[in-house]
Design a binder for this molecule. Structure first.
Ligand code: ADP
Ligand code: ADP
Length: 232
């Protein structure tokens, strides 16, 4: 089963002399339960690709499908609903609500969507991310790494079909990075969730099923079942 795919995706910013070709015809599929890490130099188009896949940005040409839904055919309302029901985000800007506790932040999207939180999975996520004794704290009382793990828990707890992460281990020490990567791995193994992250973290390679490399807006290499040594 294909959870998402991009076909001949192109994205151009600007016009005339200042045109930037951020994506130049990228085609890639993401299987259900597959964990993909996207790597490549700064400016190679990684964020643009992820934003287009997640419906946060629109491509200039080509198509994106989430499951069997073609994104270009959706209006704003339908897009919002699809994101809410099927997609989880772990982005660098944590976007936590400052007035809410960690626990309230983690469960907030479920409340908004009118869904019940699966308590057992909530406990598992919280424990594995080492957040048990931080649940009552507000974001300002948490370290950067803890805030990032709260954002990760928030994305995981509703068990969305697809989780997109932009440098999810970006500001984390090596222990926290391992915790985040292993819970993402568990989400794919145990619940067939699909995980797609943009990362510079070579450790991600040991958790991912596949690493794809972007350069200058094109896919240039793919490693299946990689090890960290392959990407250093
Ligand atoms: P990466 O995530 O690999 O660092 P990006 O997808 O952020 O790459 O950027 C790819 C290219 O597109 C870069 O040259 C970047 O400067 C350009 N770019 C990205 N976003 C914009 C934007 N909103 N306006 C103009 N150029 C952009
Ligand atoms: P990263 O390298 O971590 O992916 P960037 O700093 O390249 O992050 O980009 C972060 C965001 O800033 C991008 O998703 C894009 O929307 C915006 N951006 C990047 N480059 C440009 C640019 N040249 N002009 C305007 N916006 C940009």
């Amino acid at each position: 089963r294909v959870a998402a795919r991009a076909d001949r995706l192109t994205k151009t910013y600007g016009a005339g002399d200042t045109v930037v070709h951020a994506l130049r015809g990228v085609s890639i599929g993401f299987g259900a339960g597959e964990f993909t890490a996207i790597m490549g130099p700064s400016g190679s188009g990684k964020s643009t690709l992820m934003h287009c896949l997640a419906g946060l940005d629109t491509a200039s040409d080509g198509s994106v499908r989430i499951g069997d839904v073609e994104l270009s055919g959706l209006g704003d309302k339908e897009m919002t609903k699809l994101r809410r029901d099927r997609i989880g985000f772990v982005f660098q800007a944590f976007n936590l609500v400052p007035t809410l506790t960690a626990e309230e932040n983690i469960t907030l999207p479920q409340g908004i969507a009118g869904r019940k939180v699966d308590q057992e999975w909530f406990e598992t996520v919280v424990d594995r991310l080492g957040l048990r004794d931080r649940l009552g704290h507000r974001p300002s009382e948490l370290s950067g790494g803890q805030q990032q793990r709260v954002a990760c828990a928030r994305a995981l707890v509703g068990r969305p079909d697809i989780i997109f992460g932009d440098e999810p281990t970006g500001n984390l020490d090596s222990r926290s990075s391992g915790e985040v990567l292993s819970i993402l791995r568990a989400a794919t193994d145990e619940f067939k969730q699909t995980v797609v992250i943009v990362t510079h973290d070579p450790r991600a390679a040991s958790y991912a099923d596949r690493v794809v490399f972007l350069a200058d807006g094109q896919l240039v290499r793919e490693l299946v079942r990689p090890s960290a040594d392959d990407v250093f």
